[in-house]
Write a protein that binds this ligand. Structure first.
Ligand code: FEO
Length: 398
């Protein structure tokens, strides 16, 4: 994929990672991109770099546009290594006049690369620099999602370079939002929000209000991952605002792991009970579905029902993994219930309930346990649990 002009004298010079399948616990079956942007003006500026193994792609793409040695400023909007890994190599080639970053960005760059001799220039919210015909304004976006994160906004191009914000992990040969399948684009965007931004939702709300109050005219958003929003930048801002409110709908997920299909049979019966009350249900087996896809479905669910068999007095490891991951993402409280089959101890239900309590979920039921294989009567109790949760879901909407 060659360098691509996205605005007059503004180029995408990033890299496409077709092969990455895991982003520290987040599955990326469609790969990702590490976007970097080059602006040619009286001063030549590079906004972010790429993951270290892709340094040559970045340098080749810059070279298609200009001599890398002509880069005057490198703007580090975000220090995480998927965007700064290639920085030492670029600094070596470009010998830039300035490396521009936020106050926390400087601290993070020093802690990553240990280079006191780099020409740092620290900028804060409200700072601006001139590139010649263009002015770049900076807005710190602390903890979205790292302390160092910031936006760069170019007035003359109405271009917001947003680092991780508004991105997706999706490797494509297309670079713009209007060139790809729209439902996949929004699914990948929601997955990205649910798995990375969810814990910072109150800060996302503040940031969007802040950006609105600045009255920035934005006609393009260029994130550091995935597609560039040129046809409808407002659409992704609105989606982020909606996701940050964590609005739920009449939807439940039944997620489980099972040893001998008894817990699975219970899951299906609970789902049928939910369906009887008119609730939209997703049934997800952790043997087949990745934790990050479960979390994506949780984003707009009003209830979560978690099932596990008991093994060696514990819940199954995949269930424990999901609950640990979910706890870190600090979702808004959900209606919750636990279930599972057991042989002699049956501790899993109690342990799942303890995790629900830690997350301040509304536990709808003490939990449903069945010894070994469910009887018809047991499955009736499962369906009854589903109906009970479905009724609560509807009550919470009113
Ligand atoms: Fe894409 Fe927070 O790095």
């Amino acid at each position: 994929m060659p360098a691509l002009q996205i605005k007059p004298n503004v180029y995408w010079v990033g890299a496409i990672d077709w092969n990455v399948r895991d982003f520290h616990g987040y599955s990326t079956p469609a790969g990702s991109t590490y976007n970097a942007y080059l602006v040619l003006d009286e001063k030549t500026a590079l906004f972010d770099t790429v993951k270290k193994p892709f340094a040559s792609d970045l340098i080749n793409h810059i070279s298609e546009v200009t001599d890398p040695a002509s880069i005057d400023y490198i703007i580090v909007n975000h220090v995480e290594l998927d965007h700064s890994g290639a920085l030492p190599e670029v600094v070596e080639l470009a010998k830039p006049e300035k490396i521009i970053c936020s106050p926390n960005g400087k601290k993070a760059l020093l802690a990553h690369f240990h280079r006191e001799d780099w020409p740092y220039e620290v900028v804060e919210t409200g700072s601006q620099i001139s590139l010649g015909a263009r002015t770049v304004r900076f807005i710190e976006t602390r903890m979205l999602h790292w302390p160092d994160s910031m936006f760069s906004y170019i007035d003359e191009d109405k271009l917001l370079i947003s680092q991780d914000a508004f991105g997706q992990h999706w490797a494509t040969s297309e670079r713009f939002d209007d060139e790809v399948d729209q439902s996949e684009l929004m699914y990948q965007s929601a997955k990205y929000y649910a798995n990375i931004l969810l814990p910072y939702s109150p800060l996302v709300q503040k940031l969007i209000a802040d950006v609105r109050s600045r009255g920035l005219a934005i006609d393009m958003i260029a994130p550091d991952h995935g597609l560039i929003w040129r046809s409808s930048p407002q659409r992704i801002i609105d989606a982020w605002e909606r996701w940050s409110r964590q609005e739920s709908r009449e939807k439940a997920i039944v997620v489980y792991d099972t040893m001998w299909q008894s817990t699975e049979t219970m899951a299906r019966a609970i789902a049928e009970g939910l369906q009887e009350t008119g609730i939209s249900v997703r049934v997800m087996s952790l043997a087949n579905v990745h934790r990050s896809d479960v979390v994506t479905e949780i984003l707009d669910s009003r209830a979560i029902v978690v099932g596990s068999s008991t093994i060696n007095n514990q819940m199954l490891p995949r269930v424990s993994d999901l609950l640990c991951y979910l706890k870190g993402l600090r979702p808004a409280p959900k209606i919750a219930a636990a279930f599972g089959s057991y042989g002699w101890g049956g501790e899993a239900v109690k342990q799942i309930n303890a995790a629900f309590e830690e997350m301040k979920f509304e536990i709808a039921d003490d939990g449903l346990r069945v010894q070994y294989v469910p009887t018809t009567e047991d499955l009736g109790r499962c369906a009854e649990l589903g109906r009970k949760i479905g009724t609560l879901i509807k009550e919470r909407a009113s």
